[in-house]
Design a protein. Structure first.
Length: 67
């Protein structure tokens, strides 16, 4: 599993997971040890598709950090 995005909190992370679920992409959440953030992990083979799905499913003004 590789980092696809970093969410500011667990609510945002769950929203991103739902976007990925809708796109048929498996994902896991991982708390960032040194920050108040949550990493969204996807299979490496799905990374490009996951980034596209996240981009398409979020508003342009939303802050979704790339790892």
């Amino acid at each position: 599993m590789v980092h696809a995005a970093v969410a500011a909190d667990s609510n945002e992370a769950e929203e991103i997971r739902q976007i990925l679920r809708t796109a048929g992409i498996a994902s896991e959440l991982e708390r960032e040890a040194d920050a108040d953030a949550v990493a969204i992990l996807v299979p490496e083979s799905e990374l490009d598709a996951a980034k596209e799905a996240i981009e398409a499913g979020t508003e342009p003004g939303d802050l979704v950090a790339e790892p």
